[in-house]
Design a binder for this molecule. Structure first.
Ligand code: ASP
Length: 268
């Protein structure tokens, strides 16, 4: 749990990803952030949605998990909860980067002139997630996102919905997803992978492959995920041109990749 949280905090603080600083903007040019975290050992989970002031939404999600009083807190109450937990709070503009402002402006201009062209994968995506397995075989998953540029105010995606964008269950799998959240919610995508493994006896890579390349792809959306089973190496299937990803394999080697080519980085 600590490892997935630490990985996601790092990416939330980076301007390169669509989470925390650098997150996508709503149709009103504001940021509404979603995040979740799940402990595969206990099935304990915590999530926040549409937070606007919490610097690291995944830390708020973790605090919700630790509190044990709720699984998902929303909006103003979630920010207030995070503040009372002593988490770092920032003005909403802290999350803004010029890249997102430009992308929103161009999307809205295209919409206004009727020359709507779907946003590129790079503009749309960048949700961050992590999965981990510890030495005792315990699994955990976490996901954090700004959603997508020009999303409706108040819209909540799959990332804070346990079973849709995030799921972890010891002995089965840990999963964190990216792609158009509405479809992941309707397909209960992360849990669908676990269900295929538990009820149909499918292997992790076969179950994830079916969900990404058949179930989700049938809606003509870009979809990707990172996942880890009870044993073996992590997997990161995606049906888009690329997906930024990195992992430590069972041989202890660190690997990063953006597209098909893998870049071994030596021992982790
Ligand atoms: N899944 C995210 C959402 O729908 C967006 C993404 O991953 O591109 O909020």
């Amino acid at each position: 749990l600590d490892a997935v949280q630490a990985a996601v905090v790092e990416m939330e603080d980076s301007p390169h990803f669509n989470a925390g600083h650098g997150a996508a903007l709503t149709e009103s040019s504001e940021h509404e952030l979603d995040a979740s975290i799940m402990d595969g050992a206990t099935l304990a989970a915590g999530a926040v949605c549409t937070v606007r002031r919490t610097r690291n939404p995944v830390l708020a999600a973790r605090a919700v998990l630790d509190s044990g009083r709720a699984v998902l807190l929303s909006g103003v109450a979630a920010d207030t909860f995070a503040e009372l937990q002593g988490l770092s709070m920032v003005p909403n503009t802290w999350f803004t980067t010029q890249r997102r402002v430009d992308a929103l402006r161009s999307l809205q201009q295209k919409e206004a002139t009727g020359s709507f062209v779907p946003a590129s994968e790079a503009e749309k995506h960048g949700t961050v997630g992590a999965v981990a397995r510890d030495a005792d075989g315990h699994l955990a998953a976490a996901t954090s996102t700004g959603g997508f540029n020009n999303k409706p105010d108040g819209r909540v995606g799959d990332s804070p919905i346990i079973g849709a964008g995030t799921y972890a269950r010891d002995g089965v799998c840990a999963v964190s997803c990216t792609g158009q959240g509405e479809i992941f919610i309707r397909r209960v995508a992360a849990y669908d992978i676990a269900a295929r493994m538990m009820y149909a006896g499918e292997a992790l890579d076969a179950a994830a492959h079916t969900v990404v390349f058949e179930s989700l792809a049938s809606h003509k959306i870009g979809a990707g995920l990172v996942a880890l089973g009870a044993s073996g190496n992590p997997i990161a299937p995606y049906n888009t041109l690329g997906m930024y990803r990195g992992w430590i394999a069972t041989d202890g080697q660190l690997v990063v990749a953006t597209h098909k080519e893998l870049h071994p980085m030596g021992p982790a």
